[in-house]
Design a protein around this ligand. Structure first.
Ligand code: AMP
Ligand code: ZN
Length: 137
């Protein structure tokens, strides 16, 4: 299903140009237009799902399978030294395009841009950690 005014639906439909590196019946994979590193790519399901909460469980599994394949292919082709897989949900988590996507971010040992996926660490008391654990299990 295509969502009106969704930039990734438009890319999937070919209405907006993209640098496509992979395509099948279910996914299109494009170069990120404002990359964090050389080869930064985005896996887009052709179906419109806003985020991880909306995406069909099986489709999410297939997206991760594709990420696995592309990680190998990209690492060979780009000679990168590692790769981050990132997926943001909701504005507070950094999502800016509300069509589910997975980032594949190649990482290079000698990269000048080291400010990728770094966060300040928070600390919780042992009691708080127990509470959080109990809340989540
Ligand atoms: P997120 O912040 O996780 O929602 O990621 C959205 C990503 O989409 C950002 O890294 C943008 O640079 C990228 N992006 C936005 N518009 C386009 C576009 N037209 N073509 C390629 N990438 C895009
Ligand atoms: Zn969409």
């Amino acid at each position: 299903m295509k969502e009106n005014n969704c930039i990734f639906c438009k890319i999937v439909a070919g209405e907006i140009p993209s640098n496509t590196i992979y395509e099948d019946d279910e996914f299109k994979v494009i170069l990120d237009a404002s990359p964090a590193s050389r080869g930064h790519s985005l896996i887009l399901p052709k179906e419109h799902y806003a985020d991880i909460y909306e995406i069909d469980e099986e489709a999410a599994g297939r997206a991760m399978k594709l990420a696995k394949k592309l990680a190998i292919r990209m690492t060979e082709a780009l000679s990168c030294d590692g790769l981050n897989i990132l997926q943001n949900n909701h504005e507070v988590a950094g999502q800016t395009v509300f069509h589910f996507h997975m980032h594949l971010i190649p990482r290079y040992k000698d990269a000048e841009n080291t400010d990728i996926l770094r966060w300040e660490k928070e600390t919780f008391t042992a009691e708080e950690m127990s509470e959080i654990r109990d809340l989540l299990r």
